[in-house]
Design a protein around this ligand. Structure first.
Ligand SMILES: Cc1ncc(COP(=O)(O)O)c(C=O)c1O
Length: 376
């Protein structure tokens, strides 16, 4: 066969790698980073993705996982075992809350939720067995922005690890590990892959020993990412920078438009001067505020359905961060598993629409929203 020097990494669509003999096998065990044995333990495509995410986040190492959920599970199990307790910011993706409250509690890991205003003084929440705090750089769905540097000094003072879900912000906007955070997780399904065609996750650690433990968990629990999904995600990642610029540009224009619209009761976007953490978001995000926003129209089922049906180019799709815009409905999708009381407390009502602003022409987006709002 002729010599092959591909410009891009081929897809190593194999579940296993071959060895010449037992000496060759021993080389793998001596230096596992120089050889591959079995795709669940490691594959060139998932390693390529992990390396790219690691260098974007500025970590000591990373591991790719089968989803954002398995990234959170890996991260939590890196630090916690049965009998431990963890803290979680009250406003968080509903799936993360379900994992902690409904599943990890069954394995003997207790969880307490900390309201946003209490995050920087944790004394009343920390117990002798508390191991970590989980929060999001920008919360899902109402875009509350956490002061990561301040939070990291508080968790250090409390003697616990800080685990940050950086899915909404991406490392283009904020690099939590540079601000003192111990571990970052991503739903790579979202901006990092960016084209709504991959389900994937990543864990990045500030310390090499932590990521070694995460890798061990990924392998033993079988939370690895397949070669093809890794390849797709690594491909998407190459355009993250340019995509984020356009997501942010469009989102600010849309947020300003919705803010001034008489049928819109409230808009949550960190780029608006009226947002409670606008100044913090500006500093922490180097002037970029992300592509996600939420807004409230009338808390009425017919109004919401009419609006959804009237949109011509922005589908209702319960995910986010693709190149084309989409809307979602937190009450009925991502935050469905919360109790009615929790939903009410967080302000997630029937009229709240979450908008994932894509990279389309700004005027086209504004026109679609305008004609749909006209109909409600
Ligand atoms: C902020 C955040 N973290 C984690 C997840 C879970 O990611 P995945 O769906 O890739 O498992 C999601 C999913 O929507 C999310 O929005």
């Amino acid at each position: 066969m002729a010599q092959i020097h591909p410009k891009t990494t081929p897809i190593y669509q194999t579940s296993v790698f071959t060895f010449e003999d037992l000496n060759d096998l021993e080389l793998y065990f001596d230096q596992p980073d120089h050889k591959y044995m079995y795709t669940r333990y490691g594959n060139p495509n998932s390693d390529e993705l992990a390396d790219e995410v690691n260098s974007l986040e500025g970590g000591a190492g990373a591991v790719a996982t089968s989803s954002g959920m398995s990234a959170i599970l890996t991260a939590v199990l890196t630090y916690c075992q049965s009998g431990d307790h963890l803290l979680c910011a009250e406003e968080i993706y509903g799936g993360s809350a379900a994992l902690l409250s409904q599943e990890l509690t069954r394995m003997g890991v207790a969880v307490s939720y900390v309201p946003g205003e209490k995050l920087y003084s944790l004394a009343e929440y920390v117990q002798p067995n508390t191991k970590l705090l989980l929060a999001e750089t920008m919360s899902n769905p109402l875009l509350q922005v956490v002061d990561l540097q301040r939070l990291a000094s508080e968790t250090k003072r409390a003697g616990i690890k800080l685990l940050i879900d950086n899915t909404f912000a991406t490392p283009v906007i904020t690099k939590p590990l540079h601000l003192g955070v111990d571990m970052v997780i991503h739903s790579v399904t979202k901006y990092l892959s960016g084209h709504s065609d991959v389900t994937a996750g990543a864990v990045v650690a500030a310390k090499a020993e932590d990521i070694e433990r995460s890798k061990q968990i990924m392998r033993v629990y079988g939370l690895n990412l397949s070669p093809f999904e890794s390849w797709l995600a690594a491909r998407g990642l190459k355009t993250l920078n340019v995509r984020m610029k356009q997501h942010c540009f469009n989102a600010l224009a849309v947020a300003e438009y919705l803010y001034s619209h008489p049928k819109v009761e409230q808009v949550w976007y960190p780029g608006l001067a009226q947002h409670p953490q606008h100044k913090l978001a500006k500093g922490q995000g180097s002037g970029m505020f992300g592509g996600m926003l939420s807004f409230r129209i009338e808390d009425d089922l017919d109004t919401v359905n009419t609006f959804m049906r009237a949109l011509k180019h922005i589908p209702f799709a319960p995910s986010l961060a693709g190149v084309s815009s989409s809307i979602s409905h937190p009450l009925r999708t991502s935050h469905r598993s919360l109790s009615a009381e929790q939903q009410q407390k967080l302000g997630i009502t029937l009229g709240v629409i979450r908008l994932s602003v894509g990279i389309e022409e700004t005027v086209d987006l504004l026109a679609d929203l305008a004609q749909a709002l006209d109909k409600v």
